[in-house]
Write a protein that binds this ligand. Sequence first.
Ligand SMILES: [Zn+2]
Ligand SMILES: [Zn+2]
Length: 321
Amino acid sequence: MPKVLCPICGRAVDRLIEGMCEECYLSRHPVLEIKNFNVVRCKYCGAYYIRGRWVKPKRGDDRELLERLLRDNIDVKGALNAVQIEVYEDRVVYNIAGVGAPHELIKPREFQTSYVAPFLLDVCPDCRRNIWGVERGLVRIKGYPEDLGEIEYKKIESVLEHVLYEARGRNIGSVISIERTRGGVEVLTTEPKLARHIAHKIHQVLPSDYVESYKVLKGRGDKKVYHYTATVYVITLEEGDVVRRGPSYYLVIDVNNREVVTVDVASKAQVRFPLYRFTEVKTEKVAKARRGVGGEGLGAPGGLGVVYYVEIDNKHYIVPI
Ligand SMILES: [Zn+2]
Ligand SMILES: [Zn+2]
């Protein structure tokens, strides 16, 4: 049989398939193609989000649904012989084997590959309804004026751990979930009093302010069911931070469980903000002051004692304490 040259790779082959050799054809028409996909699962009931719907697995058999999810996202020119599925906390690993060919002139060949799909936890609409019907306490913990940092997260986590330990065996309800949100933490509880207890504990331990509200849930018969929400603002400032509040700049010299102690940068007067007042006015962290003694090097009069060097918009201030 006369050999022909593949116009793409130049190889001499017996025949061309759609104008190219088998190898070139295979590289352009893979036997198996997998579209990127995630595995989305409801964290409460275990339902999977498949083809725009939430589907509950039958009696703990997740395999069937996980495989359906895979089949929805692959294009295979042939048959899958084996799909092995490994489920981990944060991902699902599919090991796939099969036989196929992308063209009838190409002899079917075996293939084998694996695909890692990230696990995403969500809440299905059913559970969302159930939770909001049954769950009666929510504590939102946020940072103020900046998002919570690792140190605050750690402290909050240890308070929560302690509260959960205390609450065990007592009839004050239980925690449904603790979730890190963008810059904060959200805690859902079955009882308002547990949520309230958590909010108060956080407030006791960390410099913070909180607002709380009660709402009567409707459609629950004669007995009134309350929903409690608390938002705890944890002060994320420390000594040396400079903040803008309205037209004024303040240097923070202390943050404690009652107040934020500051010095007005312009007037050098000490201003103490009770925490419940502090969160009332929009506050922005704008600079970090440097602590020094006596104003050396900046032409300040001697004998000032402890001073802070503050730079705001290229202007320098020396703030004595
Ligand atoms: Zn070729
Ligand atoms: Zn669910």
